[in-house]
Write a protein that binds this ligand. Structure first.
Ligand code: 13P
Ligand code: SF4
Length: 337
């Protein structure tokens, strides 16, 4: 391996915007190294279910967006390393302004968060002055700061139902989750026109063909999927809800309509069951989130070793974005979520 001289002032070489350009010794046991760094730096490693299996295996906590935000809110660690996408690491930082928040690759964004630019959303919101804004956690800190309450797919229904029946609501940025929640709650909501590039491309036709091939398989899906796909589902829920369903349900075969990373935990929890990733409308057999999959074990190791890339935010934005997240955590506590 090439020897890299780390500049004591400038630090390690960085590729804009924030990816470390340091080669990793292929013989290094990265699992061991990451465990060592966690202890040395009193760091907690949080990973979303959509991460690669090896990252999930080395994480301290694996969860859906709500579970990870709750874990970030309660951690006593000095450093939070987030194996997920930018809005997740940003949320952890907002909840822990005095801790160091790291994301292995700052390019790990989210099509849903990108679909709601703050200036456009502000203008949209201004058209509905008597509406309360509920935003899905998959949005930027700027959108959070323009929102009254944040929600995730685990608690959105409860949060909407906790509001007075005559309360007018804007729901952003996911139109598919919004449409699903309108159906579930019977509430009228004004929807922002955003969507997830992963959940929007499941092929109804290919799922139908899979169902014919595996007639005993249940089709389970995430509510970010389009209505035409959700209508085929035997069960709909957040990633944690889908995982819990497969643990308790008595079927032995499942077609899983969400990002394929979740199959790792499903298979670990139920080794004798068959999990088939629902195919997208492309030539691929399973559906990966290209943003989530930017994180690798190597990048994770480098980011913990050199403590970059770090999530940096302006104080006023941190404070404005924290209020609606804390409101979500408070309502979730009240409902035991
Ligand atoms: P949950 O983590 O709430 O299931 O959402 C899935 C997702 O798309 C995260 O980016
Ligand atoms: Fe965003 Fe969809 Fe990827 Fe989740 S799966 S991070 S919502 S693009």
């Amino acid at each position: 391996m090439a020897v890299i001289n780390i500049d004591p002032v400038l630090g390690p070489p960085v590729n804009p915007p924030g990816l470390l350009a340091v080669p990793v010794d292929p013989e290094l046991d990265l699992f061991k190294e990451i465990e060592r760094l966690k202890k040395e730096k009193n760091a907690v490693l949080l990973a979303h279910y959509y991460q690669d299996a090896d990252i999930q295996d080395v994480a301290d906590f694996i969860g859906d967006s709500l579970g990870l935000a709750q874990e970030a809110a309660r951690t006593k660690a000095d450093m939070i390393v987030f194996a997920g996408v930018h809005f997740m690491a940003e949320t952890a930082k907002i909840l822990n302004p005095d801790k160091k928040g790291l994301l292995p690759d700052l390019n790990a964004g989210c099509s849903l968060a990108d679909s709601a630019p703050a200036p456009l959303f502000r203008a949209f919101k201004d058209r509905y002055p008597d509406h309360l804004v509920i935003s899905y956690i998959n949005c930027t800190a700027e959108i959070k700061a323009l929102s009254d309450i944040i929600c995730t797919s685990s608690n959105a229904q409860k949060i909407i139902e906790s509001l007075p029946a005559d309360q007018k609501i804007i729901f952003a940025p996911d139109k598919n989750l919004g449409a699903y929640l309108i159906k579930k709650t019977g509430r009228e909501m004004v929807l922002w026109n955003g969507s997830c590039m992963v959940h929007e491309i499941f092929s109804r036709q290919k799922i139908t063909a899979l169902k014919a091939r595996y007639p005993n398989a249940k089709f389970i899906a995430h509510p970010e999927c389009e209505d035409q796909v959700l209508r085929m589902a035997d069960f709909i829920g957040s990633t944690t809800a889908l995982l819990n369903f497969t643990k308790k349900d008595l079927s032995r075969e499942y077609i899983v309509g969400t990002e394929s990373g979740i199959l790792h935990q499903m298979q670990l929890a139920s080794p004798n069951k068959l999990f088939i990733p629902a195919p997208p409308d492309t030539n691929c057999a399973c559906n990966d989130c290209p943003h989530m999959k930017l994180n690798t074990l190597e990048k994770l190791y480098l980011c913990m070793e050199y403590e970059i890339p770090e999530i940096m935010m302006e104080q006023h934005l941190l404070e404005a974005a924290r209020k609606p997240i804390e409101r979500m955590l408070e309502i979730s506590r009240q409902y035991g979520l």
